[in-house]
Design a protein around this ligand. Structure first.
Ligand code: FES
Length: 153
C-alpha cells in the first residue's frame, strides 16, 4: 500500500499513459527516481508524474533523452521541485526549444515547394533544382536540410 504522496509504479504508469517498462527505462537513464518500501516495491513521489509528462512532451518534439536528462539535472533530487525550480529548467531549455520551434516552422513552410531531393516532381523544381544540380551538394533534400540547419550567428 503506497503511503500518502507516494505512488506505485502501476499507478504512475496508468496516470501517465506509459508502460511500467518505460518507467524502468527512464529510471535506468537517470530521468526519474524511485524509493523502495518495506516490500522492496518501487514508490514514486508525485512530481515524477510531472517529470514523465515533460519527458513525453519533449520527446514528441524531438528533444533527445540526453538533453532532457541534462535539464532535469538542474532539478533538486531530494525534494519536490518548486515552481522556481521548473522556471530555472525552463530558462535553461528555452534556447534549445526555441531553435526546435524554428526548425519545425521552417520544415512546415518548406513542404509546399521544391525541397531539392532529386525527384524533380514539383512545378518549381526546375527553378530551384534544375536537372537536379543540387545533388552535387550531397545526398538528401538539400533545400530542406539548409532550411532546418540553425542559422549561423
Ligand atoms: S521536390 Fe524533389 S527535387 Fe524538387
Amino acid at each position: 500500500m503506497a503511503t500518502k504522496g507516494e505512488f506505485s509504479v502501476g499507478r504512475v504508469a496508468a496516470r501517465c499513459g506509459v508502460r511500467v517498462s518505460t518507467l524502468h527505462f527512464y529510471e535506468r537513464k537517470g530521468l526519474i527516481r524511485s524509493t523502495r518500501n518495506n516490500g522492496n516495491q518501487r514508490r514514486y513521489r508525485a512530481d515524477v508524474i510531472r517529470r514523465v509528462a515533460v519527458i513525453k512532451a519533449a520527446q514528441r518534439v524531438g528533444v533527445s533523452l540526453e538533453s532532457i536528462r541534462a535539464a532535469f539535472a538542474t532539478l533538486p533530487d531530494q525534494r519536490t521541485p518548486t515552481q522556481r525550480d521548473w522556471q530555472r529548467l525552463s530558462r535553461r531549455w528555452h534556447g534549445e526549444l526555441s531553435e526546435r520551434i524554428t526548425q519545425l516552422e521552417r520544415l512546415r513552410d518548406s513542404l509546399t515547394g521544391c525541397i531539392g531531393c532529386g525527384c524533380l516532381s514539383m512545378d518549381n523544381c526546375p527553378i530551384y533544382n534544375p536537372d537536379d544540380r543540387l545533388a552535387e551538394e550531397g545526398p538528401g533534400p538539400v533545400i530542406l536540410d539548409r532550411a532546418s540547419k540553425p542559422e549561423a550567428d
